[in-house]
Write a protein that binds this ligand. Sequence first.
Ligand SMILES: [Zn+2]
Length: 138
Amino acid sequence: MDLADAKLYCEYISSYICKEEGHEPLLLDFRDIKASWARYDQNLITMSHGWCQYRKQVVFAVMIHEVCHFLHYRDYQLAKTNGGNFPYIGHGLRFKEYERKWLKHFGMRPIYSKAYWHTLTDLNGNVLYDKRYDARSV
Ligand SMILES: [Zn+2]
C-alpha cells in the first residue's frame, strides 16, 4: 500500500480504539526510521515507512500493538493513583489482554513468542502473516 493509505488506515485504527476505550486521541507520525519499526512516547506513535510493504492486516496489527501500550499504561497509572503496588510489565498479561481483544475485533488472532506475536491468523486459523517467512523482523 502507499504511504497515504497506510496513514489513513493507522489513523482509523488509532481513533477507533481510543474512542471505544475512552482514551484521549493519539498523534500519529510516519517517518523513515531505520532503527525500529514503531515507537511510542507521550501521546505520539511513530510508524516506520517500512510498513507500507506489508499487507493491510499487518499494518493494522502493528498499530493495534502500539495503541494498546497507551491503554495498558493508562490502567497502570490509574491503579498506582489508587494505591496499587505492582511492577509495570510492558508486554505483560494485561497488555496482551488488550492486544488480543483488539486484534480479534479486527479479525485477527496472535501467536506469541514472549513479548511479540510471530504469527497472525484470521479467526479461522488461516495464517495472515508469519515472521519465520519474512526476512524483515517485526
Ligand atoms: Zn511493544
